[in-house]
Design a protein around this ligand. Structure first.
Ligand SMILES: Cc1cc2nc3c(=O)[nH]c(=O)nc-3n(C[C@H](O)[C@H](O)[C@H](O)COP(=O)(O)O)c2cc1C
Length: 368
């Protein structure tokens, strides 16, 4: 039964800021779901996004911008004509319900295993340091992440070029924009974090140097598709995927927020669960909000009330929800009624096939 009427929540109201126009402030967070056999989306994946198209903004699962950028099994790319074509059915499915949809561009870097990547792909990263991380492979079970080859300057330029081409493909496929995945220990964060980046050239060492790959890539992508179509995701204080803590974290992320603001990207998306645990982190999130004045998205363990509070207090403009969208395809409608959220089965987060992907029913009560 419906217990509360939340339909007047600001979270559920329309949003408009610098070219970003949304039917509500609820964002579906990017989630790898490992159903993309052959590295491209299929009808099942289109149906999954169609079911969730009442969100304001959908950010897709991470997409590799090149064969080298793949790392996990059954994850998609957007670097071939066929992949780009296949994504069109997903953008159509999202738009049918009024959602905007951004493609998350995710280069896995060293979080990869050759059993998961196509012939000819290579594991590359800022430095030749393997991550202490285990990955599932369909052919060899759990495996340690491979040891990467340290990228040359040419490799770095090439990777930036791959992001640009993938972003161009995404726009051609009907996406409203792209999000660069600078969070959770993948290639971009491998440059940011000094524990995975031991370079002694212009891409390692100082804060400016470690931030260079992200800022140069954001600039190149924005120049190609428009900065109003470019978002960036960051996760300060992240330790996932063997990202150890380091001393200049706040300075690093203030530098990035400033640099991204200067470029004029459309949004900054922060996973703020870890920073909010400490005073230093709380201060950093505030600083980033002050330095970055375009749209700010926060994510990580939010429920309806906390999200509404973040928006009304002005700490964020939009809130992204990950796990809640898995078992609640009609999450926005459920938020309105205040019904309890269904809980998903984690054993099907990354399994093959429709089970746990498209078989969670919409539960909204007919009468509210
Ligand atoms: C199954 C699963 C897959 C995920 N895949 C991605 C991904 O591809 N890219 C990304 O940036 N974050 C990914 N995440 C992180 C989520 O976007 C989000 O940050 C996290 O779930 C915390 O938000 P929540 O508490 O609302 O779920 C994933 C999370 C889950 C549960």
């Amino acid at each position: 039964m419906s217990t509360h009427d939340h339909s007047s929540y600001k979270l559920l109201s329309t949003f408009k800021n610098k070219g970003l126009e949304l039917q509500n402030r609820v964002v579906m967070a990017p989630m790898t779901r490992s159903r993309a056999t052959g590295f491209e989306p299929n009808d099942l994946i289109a149906e999954y996004y169609r079911q969730r198209n009442t969100a304001g903004l959908i950010i897709t699962e991470g997409n590799a911008p090149s064969a080298n950028g793949l790392g996990y099994p059954r994850t998609p790319g957007i670097f071939t004509g066929s992949q780009s074509e296949a994504w069109k059915k997903v953008t159509r499915a999202a738009h049918e319900g009024g959602a905007k949809i951004f493609n998350q561009l995710m280069h896995a870097g060293r979080i990869a295993h050759t059993a998961n990547t196509p012939e000819g792909a290579e594991i590359v990263a800022p430095s030749a340091i393997a991550a202490a991380a285990d990955l599932w492979t369909d052919t060899q079970g759990m495996q340690k992440a491979g040891t990467p080859r340290a990228m040359t300057i040419d490799d770095i330029r090439q990777a930036t070029g791959e992001f640009v081409e993938a972003a161009t493909n995404a726009i051609a496929a009907g996406f409203d924009g792209v999000e660069l995945h600078g969070a959770n220990g993948y290639l971009i964060e491998q440059f940011i974090n000094p524990n995975s980046n031991k370079r002694e050239d212009a891409y390692g060492g100082s804060i400016e140097n470690r931030g260079r790959f992200l800022l140069e890539t954001a600039k190149a992508v924005g120049e190609a598709i428009g900065f109003e179509k470019l978002g960036v995701r960051l996760s300060p204080y992240n330790i996932y995927n063997d990202m150890d803590a380091y001393i200049d974290t706040p300075d690093m992320y203030r530098h990035l927020a400033e640099g991204l603001q200067k470029l004029g990207i459309v949004y900054l998306h922060i996973i703020d669960r870890a920073p909010l645990e400490t005073q230093e982190g709380q201060q950093l999130v505030k600083d980033m909000r002050r330095l970055f004045t375009n749209t700010m998205i926060v994510n990580g363990g939010y429920d309806t009330h906390r999200a509404e509070k973040a928006i009304t207090e002005g700490t964020a403009d939009l809130v992204a929800f990950g796990v809640p969208f898995i078992a609640n395809p009609d999450l926005v409608a459920i938020m309105k009624t205040g019904e309890e959220w269904a809980q998903p089965d984690p054993s099907t987060f990354f399994s093959a096939g429709p089970e746990g992907l498209t078989d969670y029913p919409a539960r909204t009560l007919a009468e509210v």
